[in-house]
Design a protein around this ligand. Structure first.
Ligand SMILES: [Zn+2]
Length: 619
């Protein structure tokens, strides 16, 4: 696998980081983005955090070195202050209280937080290259008007001091989650907003999804000595810490707080969690990263047993994703009990721990898969939620089928069912809708996860399964450590298959056009049957069709969609018919046998096309 990849990728480089561990990061051999047109911003964080576990407050000192790789001069910058969402009257609070189907974890809980339970980040000082700079808090965003603009190619240093309070766990982040995990520290620091070819992405924190700037993190955390910390980044001083990290004799300074020093190269987020009751286990993936597991000693014995059994399954999942997408590029990955469900972060996940074994592995599979579809292929989740949730759902369904020996003939079946339910519900909005702007949370969920998974599965129907497998690897190869957009997965698929796919991306992701093909009629003339199909839905598709005869034989037909300008490769003997050009509502072809020979005719016998009405697909 590694050999194959090194051939495929051609180049690899060692990240320049003074980490005690080096990280082999795959450098994408990128025919698209090596062009001078692609650029992305870069930011390096150095943080020092002094944490008080009694009050759940902390003082932060943060220096960032921001490089403007854009062709534009910037006169403002923006930071996310995500913890400010957990205050009565915030956009997150009000949206949750006014949407028809609020997240059960949020509902009206933010509105009831008392002052010592809310979250906040209060910036006390901000300097641009040593000079105080004007800034203003607007909800969850800090708006900074620069003293002097940042020119293209210029580096600038921002020094910030702030005071923060960890909110009671409501959503994703917080203290004292429902399983008693003390600190789930996600979206917890003033985080620079991303500026890309579309401009600033200073989205308020309303419901969901993130986008960040690539860079290196150096984080020092002063925390009560009884707490065990897991998260993003390599611990630099394991023998001053112990707690399962030690590589030799532990020599702890005789102080109430331990100083944890982490480095994380080439990430766009930094997360940690801490609890005094964590068990900390490790397991090495052969030729891969070290896995860390953190779960509470207070779980019952059966659940703790599940966390042990999870460990070899995580090794198998890691290998599955590395083989089917691209080599996992970091030296470490952590599965951490925390948060309020499952959520992906750089080099780690926070998931709740009190689960059945199947659920524990299933959620770990999904969140681990996000390492590729979000943390390495860093799409803007707020705008293209289907590219991370959908692709993750697709690959983790396949991984679970193998790793858990589920033996499902069609692992994506539930994704299709979910999408078809949504398409017929009248509540569907285009997938290009911003993640916060869905009228119903359920419509967001099905659109992002199910319809997003079907995007890839159905792409396999359109270009062929082998081409789909190659497309996923090519997409990784071309766009790892960048911010791919929808057109990029389409271009990867076009380059692999040689087929034109603009129609697919457009109709599937930017409209609610749906697929409905049917068999209209069969006629017979001089012993020859003539079959007429109809396109009822607006969305075009090529057609696979199977005819079964009464003598037990069968014949496969393939009707190319004309605007694809080609045919998918055939895997079994088939008859390729003339193209069907989209605007024609019907299409007629002949079978050289009388009607009485025909047992039945089926459009898309494998069920890979998300036809919203399959009742007319068979005759
Ligand atoms: Zn997800």
């Amino acid at each position: 696998m590694k050999l194959k990849l090194s051939i495929l990728l051609g180049v690899s480089f060692l990240l320049s980081c003074n980490s005690s561990k080096s990280t082999q990061v795959v450098a994408p051999n990128n025919p698209v983005n090596d062009s001078s047109r692609y650029w992305q911003q870069h930011v390096d964080y150095t943080m020092d955090i002094d944490f008080d576990v009694k009050t759940s407050r902390y003082k932060g000192k943060q220096t960032i070195v921001y490089t403007n790789n854009s062709p534009d001069t910037l006169d403002r910058v923006f930071y996310h202050l995500y913890f400010n969402a957990f205050q009565p009257g915030s956009e997150m609070d009000v949206r949750s209280r006014t949407i028809t189907d609020p997240d059960a974890r949020v509902k009206d809980r933010i509105s009831k937080l008392r002052p010592n339970e809310i979250g906040y980040i209060k910036v006390s000082s901000l300097k641009q290259n040593g000079q105080s700079v004007s800034n203003k808090v607007a909800g969850t965003v800090l708006e900074v008007t620069l003293n002097s603009p940042i020119k293209p190619g210029e580096k600038v240093t921002f020094d910030m001091e702030y005071d923060a309070q960890v909110p009671v766990q409501i959503r994703r982040s917080g203290r004292d989650n429902k399983e008693g995990v003390a600190l789930s520290m996600t979206q917890w620091y003033p985080k620079l907003a991303e500026y890309d070819f579309e401009g600033w992405h200073a989205d308020p924190y309303i419901g969901r999804e993130f986008h960040g700037v690539w860079g290196d993190f150096d984080v020092t955390l002063h925390l009560d000595k009884d707490y065990v910390v897991g998260g993003t980044g390599y611990l630099q001083n394991p023998n001053e810490i112990g707690h399962g990290y030690e590589t030799g004799e532990v020599k702890r300074p005789d102080k109430d707080k331990l100083t944890w020093h982490f480095k994380a190269p080439q990430v766009h987020d930094f997360t940690w969690a801490a609890d005094p009751d964590y068990i900390h286990d490790t397991m090495q993936v052969p030729n891969g990263p070290m896995l860390h597991f953190y779960y509470k000693n207070t779980l019952d014995e059966e659940k703790k047993g599940f966390w042990k059994e999870l460990q070899p399954k995580t090794v198998a999942l890691m290998n599955y994703f590395s083989e089917h997408i691209g080599q996992y590029p970091y030296d470490q990955y952590s599965v951490i009990q925390g948060g309020d469900g499952g959520m992906e972060y750089a080099m780690c996940t926070l998931i709740t721990g009190n689960r059945s074994f199947g659920s524990l592995v299933g959620v770990t599979s999904h969140e681990l898969a996000h390492t590729w579809f979000q943390f390495v292929l860093a799409t803007n989740e707020a705008k293209h939620e289907w590219m991370d949730e959908g692709f993750t759902s697709y690959i983790s369904s396949l991984a679970m089928n193998e790793v858990m020996s589920q033996n499902k003939a069609f692992p994506l079946e539930n994704s299709y069912k979910g999408y078809i339910y949504l398409a017929n519900s009248g509540k569907e909005q285009p997938q290009s809708t911003h993640a916060d702007r869905y009228e119903f949370n359920q419509a967001y969920g099905i659109s992002a996860y199910s319809k997003g998974a079907v995007f890839l599965s159905q792409l396999g129907y359109i270009i062929g399964e082998e081409n789909l497998r190659k497309t996923i690897k090519r997409y990784f190869n071309d766009f790892a450590f960048k911010h791919p957009v929808p057109n990029d997965i389409k271009r990867s698929a076009e380059k692999v298959s040689g087929l034109e796919l603009d129609w697919y991306l457009t109709d599937w992701t930017k409209t609610t056009n749906n697929i409905d093909y049917g068999i209209k009629e069969i006629k017979e003339n001089n012993g020859i049957s003539s079959v007429t199909l109809e396109r009822i839905g607006l969305m075009p598709m090529p057609i696979d069709l199977e005819v079964e005869f009464n003598d037990g034989s069968s014949q496969l037909f393939y009707i190319p969609l004309q605007m694809m300008r080609g045919e998918k490769p055939g895997t079994s003997p088939r008859t390729v018919l003339n193209d069907w050009a989209w605007a024609y509502p019907t299409y007629t072809f002949s079978i050289n046998r009388p009607k009485s020979d025909i047992k039945n005719i089926t459009i898309d016998p494998k069920g890979l096309m998300a036809d919203i009405n399959r009742s007319n697909n068979k005759l």
